[in-house]
Design a protein around this ligand. Structure first.
Ligand code: GLY
Length: 351
């Protein structure tokens, strides 16, 4: 078992290991000694697999448990589900000393975190991520949100959890496509900041050492979040592949999932960076090979003309400039402020 401490406005641990669902009651009790009720929020994919075990573990640790299960998928991450959760908490008379437990992937974690940030002006919550993407990215760092009609994650709050429990065994029930989807965020950390991690992934593909890789990704994310909890500076680096990726997701009406779109985005920016002499040619080639090893695509069929418009509505845009993250070499990346009128040419060279 690995324990990684995150010290931001709140100090908490990310615990990573096998069979942790059965130990989660005791782990949660240690950080929430005064809570009596735990409201578990989950979706209809994850709840049938793990809710019973989690409930038993929480009850053994002295919590009374209530649960709210909503239909899986990004389409549920909206104001309606959010208000349903708040009403559920109020109907069950949760008080400020009680807690919420998010059991599921990124959608469950984000909406539960936002409910925790706002119910009674803030209650405690614990993240139990069951997808690879949620373990290495969305459960760590305190970003919580729901989607609005205008786009993803447009209403939210920074709210750090009390604890994150990553039970590696929950990854066994992910479909191959869903596992590959999470691999995009995993390899992103290697490209950003850790050549040894990148090489491990390129060599082992999806058979990577889960505890080492997920632990390393969480440590790297911790380093960015510790320096920039509220995402005004260096945390932006975590956006590698995302500006193009978000545009691909949007153009496909979200039929291309986040990880696949980010993988395509990483492919585009690294080829463009190589073409512009920002990184060596073999760096872009290595990134393509690494993505391939993880069964991820490195290219998109969308044209630069199509990609530009949704890229301009990216949250990271600042006036007439879009901040792209580009590789200099494997393990080292930087910010490339790109003027809107230069964007189409840049993207075109990476297609
Ligand atoms: N998912 C990117 C971040 O947490 O900043």
């Amino acid at each position: 078992m690995k324990r990684i401490k995150i010290s931001v406005s709140k100090e908490y641990e990310v615990v990573i290991g096998n069979k942790l669902l059965d130990e989660s009651g005791a782990l949660v009790r240690a950080v929430c000694p005064e809570s009596s009720t735990a409201a578990v929020i989950s979706d209809d994919n994850v709840a049938p697999l793990y809710l019973r075990r989690l409930t038993k573990s929480l009850e053994n640790a002295g919590f009374s448990v209530v649960s709210f299960v909503f239909p899986h998928g990004e389409k549920s991450k909206n104001a309606e589900t959010y208000v349903e959760i708040l009403n559920f908490l109020a109907e069950n008379r949760l008080t400020r000393t009680d807690l919420l437990v998010a059991l599921g992937g990124g959608v469950v974690g984000d909406i539960t975190g936002f409910a925790a940030a706002t119910y009674l002006r803030g209650v405690k919550f614990v993240q139990i991520p069951t997808s690879l993407l949620a373990m290495v990215d969305s459960s760590v760092g305190g970003k919580t949100a729901i989607d609005l009609k205008a786009g993803k994650n447009l209403a939210g709050a920074f709210c750090q959890p009390e604890l994150v429990v990553c039970d590696l065994d929950t990854l066994d029930t992910l479909s191959p496509a869903f596992f590959a989807d999470g691999c995009a965020e995993v390899i992103k950390y290697g490209v950003l900041a850790d050549k040894a991690l990148f090489e491990h992934l390129a060599e082992r593909g999806q058979g990577f050492d889960r505890e080492y890789v997920i632990g390393r990704c969480v440590e790297l994310k911790r380093d960015y979040v510790t320096k920039d909890e509220f995402d005004t500076g260096v945390r932006m680096m975590l956006n590698l592949g995302h500006t193009v990726g978000h545009a691909i997701e949007k153009l496909s009406a979200y039929s291309i999932s986040h990880g696949y779109a980010v993988a395509m985005g990483m492919g585009v920016v690294s080829r463009a960076a190589a073409a512009k002499g920002i990184c060596p040619e073999n760096c872009a080639e290595a990134i393509e090979k690494g993505l391939e090893a993880l069964k991820l695509p490195a290219a998109t069929a969308y044209t630069a003309k199509e990609l530009i418009d949704p890229m301009l509505s990216d949250k990271k845009r600042a006036g007439g400039t879009v901040n792209l993250i580009v590789p200099y070499e494997i393990g080292r990346c930087g910010l490339l402020p790109t003027r809107v009128e230069e964007l189409e040419d840049f993207v075109n060279t990476g297609l």
